[in-house]
Structure formats: C-alpha cells, structure tokens
Design a protein around this ligand. Sequence first.
Ligand code: ADP
Ligand code: MG
Length: 324
Amino acid sequence: MDEFSFIDCIQPEFYYQSGVQKGIGDDAAVLRIGEKDLVTATDTFVEGVHFTRETMDLDTVGYRVLAANLSDLAAMGAKPLYYLISIVMPEETDSTSFKQLFDGMARLAKEFQMDLIGGDTVQGKELVISITVFGTVNPNKVRYRHQAKPGDLVFVTGTLGDARAGLELLFQAKPYNKKERYFVERHCLPKPRVNFALALDLVQRIALNDISDGIASELNEIAIASDVTIDIQFERLPIHQNLKEIAHKELENWVLYGGEDFELVGTVSPSEWKSMQLIAKQYELPLHMIGSVRSKIELQEYVYLHKEEKKLKLCPGGYNHFRR
Ligand code: ADP
Ligand code: MG
C-alpha cells in the first residue's frame, strides 16, 4: 500500500466536532476556534529515508523539518505561531548533535517569531524528528486546494527541480563549484514562502498547494480537490538557467516530479493576477503563469501537459515514501 492509498483509507465519513473546517486532505487541518481559524500540520523526517548524516549535518536537518512544516502553513495562507518537536533518538546520540538539531530549527523559528511550546523525547533505534506547527488565518482567506475554478490561471513561484538537483549533487560527495552550491542550498535550506503567502491577503480567492512531492503531484491534488481539468504548458515552467548543465537527460523528470522545492503552486482568477504579480515583485519572488483551469469533461480530473504541439496526461509521479 502506498502513502496516498493509506490516506484514502483513513478518511473519516464525518467529524464529531463541528469546528473542523478541513480535516484530512489538504496541506494542513483548519479548525474554527474563534474569529480566526487555527491551522495545524505535522511532518516527520526519518534518518535513512529523508536524510543521512553522511550528507547533511543535524543543524540543517532541524532547519529542513521545520521548513517543510512551514511550507504547509504557507500553502494554507496561515501565519506561523507555535511548534512542537518530537524526537526518537538513538542511544549513542551526543548532546552536541542534539543541540545542533535544535539550533537549526530555532534559526528558522526566529525568522517567523515562532515559539517552541513542547514535544516529546524518547530513545529508539533510528533518529526520527517530527514537528507539529500551529498558525492562524482569517476564515475567508484560507487557501484550500479545492478553490480552483474554470477560467483560473495556474501559477508557480520560484524555479522547479532545483532541490532534486541539489540532492543528486549531495550524493556525488565531491566539492561543489559556485553554480552547484546554489542547488545544494536549495535542497538543504529551502525557503518556505510564508511571507509571500501572507501578503496575498489582498487577493480574494486562491487555490494553493506547496511543492513537496513535485509539481505533477501537486497539480493533480488541486484538480481532484476542485473537480476541474488543468492544462500546463511545459515551455512556461520556470527552470533555473544552470539546471540544464546539472540535470542533463533528467531535466524534464526533475522539473515535473522533483520534490521538496517547497515553492507554491496554485490558481487564481485572471482579474486578480495583476495584484498577485505586484505582490511577488515586492517580495522579489519569481512568479510565473504556467497554464489554466477548465471544466472537467472526462469522468476523472486530469492535468494535461502541453509540450511541442503534443498533449500528455501528467500523472502524479512525485515522491511517495512507501513506494520507494
Ligand atoms: P503534505 O505533503 O502536504 O505534507 P501529506 O501528503 O503528507 O501532505 O498528507 C495529506 C493529508 O493526509 C494531510 O491532510 C495529512 O494530515 C493526512 N495524513 C497523512 N498521514 C496521516 C496519518 N497517518 N493519519 C491521519 N492523517 C494523515
Ligand atoms: Mg503540502
């Protein structure tokens, strides 16, 4: 059973609590608790699956786990506030390593003035770090995946495939030149697009997802949740000018299916596109229009990739831990 089939199996038929605006099925859960909605998400990193200490120091690991969580809050349009850390620690872990892990997290938490409010520490065979984040959002500005509408434009921030390139470079374990270092940093120290997502407050409706599993998977999630068809133009996908040199034959593969860029992908009405562009400019964040949304005519929701006069079905082929 893969990760996605498992999640389908555990979808409850109903929630006991009426405050659940969104339970399982988006980047984070959304709970009505007052004037603002509480948004919460959790992410777990396992040594040997998500990182190895051979290629990454624990400071970087700590930063990355929190960054992945913050990216989920960004994808909901939520302001980060608090976090909890749970750690399974091998017996031989020394206190310096432990401190490094926390330092990495604390550095990122400081950027967003987040408070560490608790967690759990237990001993076990391998190092596992699990973070739960909490944030808030105005109820009418939650950026659900199900909010895409026919006629919308599809956009993406940053460039695609960079983190995957960085991972390959890490595995090569040789010194990097300046060009290569950029990609390694994109993998090790991703920048969750929190501030940009918060600045989008002026925009009325956006469907939003963060790119943790590759843009192909994330677009399919938006199409399914919103019950629409999405068309993407390959030529419009933002690719870093130096990626070709590193990716060689893998370029298309990394751009479409490479995970953990932690950029934002979403849809917006053409009437609000200009405002979005202005905000992106203010935040010096590349923002590209890559396609459009239309009504679904087939039974299933599909994402189509248009490339050199050809139209291909873009299936969710991103990273899926159970299938590895
Ligand atoms: P993301 O990639 O955005 O972090 P995931 O693909 O990990 O999201 O999860 C998709 C949805 O499934 C989320 O709503 C998440 O909370 C839920 N989910 C994942 N694993 C579990 C689990 N073990 N129990 C309950 N819900 C889960
Ligand atoms: Mg996500």
